[in-house]
Design a protein around this ligand. Structure first.
Ligand code: DGL
Length: 266
């Protein structure tokens, strides 16, 4: 890897588990020539109920792993990890492009017609200072109903996208948002886009769902372009997938969420 120009090095992407694959799909679609290394830290999922210090340690360790594999940029494909750890990551690696994410409160506030938006996210994200700042900046002129979705990440990690447990949890978590009349709902955790069809079925077509996967891919593109790091090769990028999950079928779950045959890292 080191003999190649840096622009041909991979982009490293991580999440607490399989959720960041929803972001990786946008990255792969927008930047098909980039090599991508994805790490699912599923052994440590969910991050949503861990302390910011524990999550920051995971962010540092996963970034070291990706850098050891030649990563030229890092995408923190996790709202919870961004809130807890991105400041420290940037402090440790000042020259490295590091792209994070936050719940799409700004676009949701702009899209809402009745001024009532819902935000589904982890407890960690909703309790973070970053989320408070986001509400302060973009949530002032709308009513924001927040809901932590405890237990939902675990269902998605198992690959359960529409089973009875996932369905029951979502019914419970969507109810307060619908009762308040939210017409726009933010999927503020990267796992949730995988249950978007079920959410849409439960809330009906009149409510709009927003997430930030596409915006993160565009941000990565502009950061790489600014630094002359876009891979100009005509070759198709090869995504590579790593997981530390103890679940025997973890790679099958990743493959089914990714939607095609995958290269497992070794
Ligand atoms: N996918 C994550 C996020 O975007 C974290 C889920 C979790 O591990 O709790 O917030």
């Amino acid at each position: 890897m080191s003999s190649q120009p840096v622009s041909q090095h991979p982009v490293g992407v991580f999440d607490s588990g399989v959720g960041g694959l929803s972001v990786l799909k946008h990255i792969h679609a927008l930047l098909p020539h980039e090599h991508l290394i994805y790490v699912a830290d599923s052994l440590n999922a969910p991050y949503g109920n861990k302390s910011p210090e524990e999550i920051t340690e995971r962010c540092l360790a996963l970034t070291d792993f990706l850098l050891a594999h030649g990563a030229k940029a890092i995408v923190v494909a996790c709202n919870t990890a961004t809130a807890a750890g991105i400041a420290r990551l940037r402090q440790e690696h000042p020259a490295l492009p590091i792209i994070g994410m936050e719940p799409a409160v700004k676009p949701a506030a702009a899209a809402s017609k009745n001024g009532i938006i819902g935000v589904l996210a982890t407890t960690g994200t909703l309790q973070s200072a970053q989320f408070a700042a986001l509400l302060e900046a973009y949530g002032r002129n709308v009513q924001v109903v927040t809901q932590a979705c405890v237990g939902l990440v675990e269902c998605i990690e198992r690959g359960d996208l529409d089973g009875s447990e996932t369905r029951a949890l979502l019914q419970k978590y969507l109810k307060p948002l619908l009762d308040e009349g939210a017409d726009t709902i933010v999927l503020g955790c990267t796992h949730y886009p995988f249950v978007k069809p079920l959410i849409q079925e439960l809330i009906g077509e009149g409510v709009t769902l927003v997430d930030t996967g596409a915006a993160v891919a565009r941000r990565l593109q502009s950061q790489l372009a600014e630094r002359g790091l876009l891979n100009q090769s005509a070759e198709q990028g090869k995504p590579e997938f790593w997981t530390n999950s103890p679940q025997p079928d973890a790679m099958e779950v990743i493959e089914s969420l990714w939607g095609e045959k995958i290269n497992a890292g070794a």
